[in-house]
Design a protein around this ligand. Structure first.
Ligand SMILES: C[S@@+](CC[C@H](N)C(=O)[O-])C[C@H]1O[C@@H](n2cnc3c(N)ncnc32)[C@H](O)[C@@H]1O
Length: 328
């Protein structure tokens, strides 16, 4: 027989987090619940410790018969998910193939030390923010993720972040050079600028209109300051406003435009900011490369296509491409 903490549902997430934090959660068994209570299995012989850490809660320690957790190699279906520091984010459509309880159990088997599981319901407004719903664990304000040894703090729900872009950050940093002047117009939390500055003695202007992204870039520069060789300046303006700075006209050698839904609307801004023979990395969504090239075709008198790369799958039969365009 296993020992369980029997606790009112409304306190269950906090108690679970505390038991986990103190290593007292028995991960061999599943947590169960009825209408009113949650039953949380604890490690054998830990009654005294449990009493100490839960002294502020109204709970009972009871004998319980709980279902054993399956080892993850037994899971028939492992959904796709993002592990961000000590939380997991899963897209809502995953719940079409697996129950919420199975999802939670599978993820806890795979990652026993996580603090929370969130469902990403949708992406909202021009800042491309994820709408997150907590389905297990405790609310977490921010997490720190690592990309190629660099650290990034992400304020959950307040900034755009896509873990699958980390290789792309590195790729752009690799093809950039020393002593370049670079602008990243839609910087998010600073992925491209920080990767570039970690590899090159260049100057990068990182811009994002979202105030939380703006403070995140600064935060992330500070987190990585010992690893940065280049300099990063940070601004928080609408990309179109750069047209009002004559001193920046044709100033930059390289421009990153990672706003795939709308990047094409800013072609005149890129033209204004880049010098002749400067390079534009234009991220754009399309059904096929032909579709994307057709849309960009009307700019061919100003821009020469050097390379086109499929970067990410966006949705079924829809992709994000990167076009490397040289200003004529
Ligand atoms: C796709 S995300 C950028 C992701 C980022 N480059 C990365 O690698 O993680 C697009 C970003 O553009 C910002 N944004 C949207 N419209 C903008 C505008 N008009 N001017 C400046 N930034 C804008 C959003 O706040 C968001 O952070």
């Amino acid at each position: 027989m296993t020992k369980c903490v029997k606790i009112y549902k409304r306190y269950a997430n906090n108690v679970l987090a505390l038991l986990k934090k103190h290593g007292l959660l028995n991960r061999e068994y599943k947590v169960s619940h009825d209408k009113e209570y949650v039953y949380i299995p604890i490690i054998q012989g830990s009654d005294d410790k449990v009493h100490i850490i839960l002294k502020e809660f109204e709970y009972e320690l009871i004998d319980c018969l709980l279902e054993k957790r399956r080892k993850h190699r037994d899971h028939k279906y492992i959904p796709s998910y993002d592990l961000l520091g000590d939380i997991v984010v899963v897209r809502e459509n995953v719940l079409e193939n697996i129950s919420r309880e199975q999802l939670i159990n599978t993820l806890l088997d795979l990652h026993p030390h996580i603090k929370a599981i969130y469902i990403k319901e949708k992406t909202i407004n021009e800042f491309r923010l994820p709408k997150l719903k907590l389905i297990w664990g405790v609310e977490v304000g921010s997490v720190i993720v690592k990309e190629y040894g660099l650290l990034f703090r992400i304020m959950l729900g307040k900034v755009y972040y896509n873990k699958r872009l980390s290789e792309e950050h590195r790729r752009i940093a690799t093809i950039s050079g020393d002593n370049e002047k670079i602008i990243d117009l839609f910087s998010g939390i600073g992925g491209f600028p920080i990767h570039i500055a970690s590899m090159h003695k260049s100057f990068i202007l990182a811009n994002d209109l979202n105030p939380y992204a703006f403070v995140s870039i600064i935060d992330n520069i500070l987190l990585n300051r010992k690893k940065l060789r280049g300099n990063i300046a940070v601004t928080k303006i609408d990309a179109k406003e750069f047209m009002n700075f004559p001193s920046l006209k044709e100033y930059f050698d390289r421009l990153i435009a990672n706003l795939p839904h709308k990047s094409i609307e800013y072609m005149y801004v890129y033209d204004y900011l880049l010098r002749k023979n400067g390079i534009l990395h234009l991220y754009i969504i399309g059904k096929s490369l032909e579709d994307v090239l057709e849309r960009i075709g009307k700019y061919s008198d100003k821009w020469f296509l050097e390379k086109a790369t499929r970067v990410l799958d966006y949705a079924p039969y829809t992709y994000i491409y990167r076009l490397d365009l040289v200003k004529r």
